[in-house]
Design a protein around this ligand. Structure first.
Ligand code: MG
Length: 199
């Protein structure tokens, strides 16, 4: 099991749509950024990459590269999920905290949770989205996002070993048991031959 943490912040600006957590929210201001400015999906991408020590969002999607201009940030999350899978891990749960003055996130939280669950391929009950206003921080023009998540190992090797054992013919298993009995002497063989007591 490993933990990942991501943080991001963007400045509000007029004339662009507001996207948070993969959802477009009706607002007179959006978030400035080279991509679609989705502060929450950027923090999520960094949390995923951080969990498997695979670098950060800027390393995979440099803001200097014009191909990411206006890009849907869901692309970044999908790539980060691939990195997690390649490292042998799967996302267990994710907890997100947004910090912004407006708009209110509560009416959109269910949609954001559903979209993040879809992008991560996990149940919506494993995705938490909370929001706070930046009391005392004097950040009326900023949206910030914090994301923490857990990833757990796939156990792919264990599954393969189990399948190989299941595919093994009984005669091979019996021969292996016989070999062990040969080495262990007559006592163990005698015990194996006795009928088991019913409990
Ligand atoms: Mg960002």
């Amino acid at each position: 099991m490993r933990i990942g943490h991501g943080f991001d912040s963007h400045e509000f600006t007029f004339g662009v749509p507001l996207k948070i957590g993969g959802i477009e929210i009706s607002s007179e201001r959006g978030l400035a950024g080279h991509s679609d400015g989705d502060v929450l999906l950027h923090a999520l991408t960094d949390a995923l990459l951080g969990a498997v020590a695979a670098g950060d969002i800027g390393g995979f999607f440099p803001p200097s590269d014009p191909k990411w201009k206006g890009a849907d940030s869901a692309l970044f999350v999908r790539e980060a999920v691939q990195q997690v899978r390649r490292a042998g891990y799967a996302v267990a749960n994710v907890d997100c905290t947004l910090v912004l003055q407006a708009p209110k996130i509560v009416p959109h939280a269910a949609s954001i949770r559903a979209r993040i669950a879809e992008l991560l391929g996990i149940d919506v009950s494993c995705v938490s989205v909370k929001a706070k206003t930046p009391e005392g921080l004097n950040l009326p023009n900023t949206a910030a996002a914090h994301v923490v998540l857990l990833v757990t190992a796939h156990h792919a090797e264990g599954e393969l070993a189990m399948k190989a054992a299941e595919a093994m013919p009984q005669s091979v298993v019996d021969a292996e048991v016989e070999q062990v009995l040969e080495k262990s002497g007559p006592e163990l063989r005698k015990r194996r031959a006795q009928p088991r007591k019913k409990s």
